[in-house]
Design a binder for this molecule. Structure first.
Ligand code: NAD
Length: 501
C-alpha cells in the first residue's frame, strides 16, 4: 500500500501526532493508500512555512515572466506524471480512467499553462500597474498597483481533487502568493502529489504546502488562521457559510465556489437528438458529482415525450464498470455515505410523487463498489426536494414547461445559481433566454464546458467571487493606490488652506 505524508516546506513530513488514515478506493471498497492526518498544529506549521517563503521574497520578487516559466515547467511535469496521477485519482475518487486522463490530469496541467502564460503577457502587465494623470484639484500622478496577499488558503472538495487543487494553486502563485491547500480527507492523494510536483519543477520550498486532514479541525484552523490573507473554498454551501464566519474574525478575503441545482432548458426548436444526449452528459458525467450538473432538465411540453424517449435510449450507452478500464464511462460515487445520500433522495422523490422512469437502484451483479444506476425522475414539480436540494449523484429531474416565461420562473426558483443551459436551433432566442437565467454560467447547445480563460462561479447561494481567467487571478491581489504629488512650495498645496490660516 502507498503511503503519503504531509507536504510542508518543500518536503514530506509526518503529522505531528503521528496520525494516519487509509484512503478507500470507491470501486473496490478497499483501502489503497495511507495518508498522514494533519491536526491544527500541522496546519500552523504549514502556514508558518508559507509565511516565511512569502516574507523572504523568494517567490513574489521574481518577475511574472520568471514565475510563468516555472509554472510552465509544473504543467509539463504534471503531463509527464499522467499515468501516476490518473491512477491515483481513479483509486481515490472513483473517477473513471477515461475521465482522469482526459479531464483531470489535462485540466490541471492546462490551468498551470494558462496562468503561467497569462502573467507573462501584456494584459497582466497592464493589470499590475495602471497609471492615471489628474490636474485638479492639484496635479498628481496615480498608480493603481496590485500586490499579492501573502499566504492564501485553498480548501477543496472530493469530486475533482486534482483540478480543484490546480484551480487554487495556479492563480494564487501566479499572482505571487504562497499557498496552503487542504484537500478533502477522502481524496487527498493527487493534491499531495501535486505539491511535490510543483517543488520538483522549481517552485521554491514553502510556496506550495499541502495538509490533509478533517475539515472540522485542520480546515477550521486554516480558515481562521490570522496569517492567512485570503481563503478560496470549494465545497458545499453549508460549509461555505462556516468558512465565511471563520474568515470574519480577521476579515479575510473569501472566495466561495459552492453547490448548485442547475437548470438545463430544452426549447421546442432544439435538435432533440443532440439535446437528449447533452442532457445525459450534463447530468451523469462523473456520476452526477459535478457542482454545475444540469440536474433539473426543463422540457417544453410539446416535445416532452419524444425528448424523454431519446434521453432514455441514450442511457444504454453509459458503461458502468471497472474504473481502471478505459472503456468504462461511469464509476461509483465517492463513498458509502454519498451513496446513502443518493438513496435517501431517490426515496424522497418516490414519496413526493415523482415518477422514477429508469434506475433508482444499485446495479445488479456488482458486489463491490459504491455504484448507483443513472436515475431519471419524470413528473417532477420544482417545489419537490429532489428539485430544490443538491443530491450530488446520478439523479436527474424532468420538469415540464409551457412557455419561456414559465421556464425562466422555474429555472430561477432556486436558492442556487451556478450553471445552466439552453438548447435551441435559434441562437438569438437562446441568448435572450440565457440572459434571464440567474446563474454564473449558461451554455447554449453545450454543457459542462468550463474554459480556464473565462470566469466560473455562482450567483445567489452558489458562491462569492469568481475563479479562472483574468477575473480569477484578480481575486488574488490586494489593490493599492499610490498618489504621486508634485514637489512644490507650500502655496502649490491648496488643501493646506483648509487647516492653516
Ligand atoms: P464539503 O463542503 O463537505 O467539504 C469541502 C472541503 O471543506 C473539504 O476539504 C472538507 O474537509 C472541508 N471542510 C468541511 N468542514 C469544514 C469546516 N468546518 N471548516 C473548514 N473546512 C471544512 O464538500 P464536499 O462534500 O467535499 O464536496 C461536494 C460539494 O462541493 C458539493 O456541494 C458541490 O456542489 C461543491 N462543489 C462546488 C464546486 C464549484 O466550483 N462551485 C466545485 C466542486 C464541488
Amino acid at each position: 500500500m502507498k503511503t503519503f505524508g504531509l507536504f510542508i516546506d518543500g518536503e514530506w513530513q509526518d503529522a505531528k501526532g503521528g496520525k494516519t488514515a487509509p484512503t478507500i478506493n470507491p470501486a473496490t471498497e478497499e483501502p489503497w493508500a495511507t495518508v498522514a492526518v494533519a491536526d491544527p498544529e500541522d496546519v500552523r506549521k504549514a502556514v508558518a512555512a508559507a509565511k516565511r517563503a512569502h516574507d523572504s521574497g523568494v517567490w513574489r520578487n521574481k518577475s511574472p515572466q520568471e514565475r510563468g516559466e516555472i509554472m510552465q515547467r509544473v504543467a509539463s511535469a504534471i503531463m509527464e506524471s499522467t499515468s501516476d496521477l490518473a491512477a491515483a485519482e481513479v483509486q481515490d475518487s472513483g473517477a473513471t480512467m477515461r475521465k482522469a486522463m482526459m479531464t483531470d490530469v489535462a485540466g490541471a496541467a492546462g490551468t498551470f499553462t494558462y496562468f503561467g502564460q497569462f502573467i507573462a503577457g501584456d494584459d497582466y502587465k497592464r493589470m499590475l500597474c495602471e497609471e492615471y494623470e489628474e490636474v485638479a484639484p492639484i496635479p498628481s500622478k496615480n498608480l493603481v498597483v496590485r500586490e499579492p496577499f501573502g499566504v492564501c488558503a485553498g480548501i477543496t472538495p472530493w469530486n475533482f481533487p486534482l483540478v480543484m487543487a490546480a484551480w487554487k494553486i495556479a492563480p494564487a502563485i501566479a499572482a505571487g502568493n504562497t499557498v496552503v491547500i487542504k484537500p478533502a480527507s477522502v481524496t487527498p492523494v493527487t493534491t499531495l502529489m501535486l505539491g511535490e510536483i510543483c517543488t520538483k519543477a522549481g517552485v521554491p520550498a514553502g510556496v506550495v504546502n499541502v495538509v490533509s486532514g478533517p475539515g472540522a479541525t485542520a480546515g477550521e484552523e486554516l480558515a481562521a488562521h490570522p496569517d492567512v490573507g485570503k481563503v478560496s473554498f470549494t465545497g458545499s454551501t453549508e460549509v461555505g457559510r462556516r468558512i465565511m464566519q471563520l474568515g470574519a474574525g480577521t476579515l479575510k478575503k473569501v472566495t466561495l465556489e459552492l453547490g448548485g441545482k442547475s437548470p438545463n432548458i430544452i426549447l421546442p426548436d432544439a435538435n432533440l437528438d443532440t439535446a437528449a444526449l447533452g442532457a445525459l452528459w450534463g447530468t451523469f458525467f462523473h456520476q452526477g458529482q459535478v457542482c454545475e450538473s444540469g440536474t433539473r432538465v426543463l422540457v417544453h411540453e410539446s416535445i416532452h415525450d419524444k425528448f424523454l424517449e431519446k434521453m432514455i435510449a441514450g442511457i444504454s450507452r453509459i458503461k458502468i464498470g471497472d474504473t481502471m478500464d478505459m472503456a468504462t464511462t461511469m464509476g461509483p460515487v465517492v463513498s458509502a455515505v454519498q451513496r446513502e445520500t443518493v438513496e435517501r433522495y431517490v426515496a424522497l422523490g418516490n414519496e413526493q410523487g415523482a415518477k422514477c422512469l429508469v434506475g433508482g437502484k444499485r446495479p445488479s451483479g456488482m458486489a463491490k463498489g459504491y455504484y448507483y444506476e443513472p436515475t431519471v425522475f419524470d413528473n417532477v414539480d420544482n417545489k419537490m426536494r429532489i428539485a430544490q436540494e443538491e443530491i450530488f449523484g446520478p439523479v436527474v429531474s424532468i420538469i415540464r414547461f409551457k412557455d419561456e416565461d414559465e421556464a425562466v420562473r422555474i429555472a430561477n426558483d432556486s436558492t442556487y445559481g451556478l450553471g445552466g443551459a439552453v438548447w435551441s436551433s435559434n441562437k438569438d432566442r437562446a441568448l435572450a433566454l440565457a440572459k434571464r437565467i440567474e446563474t454564473g454560467t449558461v451554455w447554449i447547445n453545450d454543457y459542462h464546458l468550463i474554459n480556464v480563460k473565462y470566469p466560473f462561479g455562482g450567483y445567489k447561494q452558489s458562491g462569492v467571487g469568481r475563479e479562472l481567467g483574468k477575473w480569477g487571478i484578480a481575486e488574488y491581489h490586494e489593490i493599492k493606490h499610490i498618489h504621486i504629488g508634485e514637489d512644490t512650495p507650500p502655496e502649490g498645496k491648496l488643501y493646506l488652506g483648509l487647516l492653516l490660516s
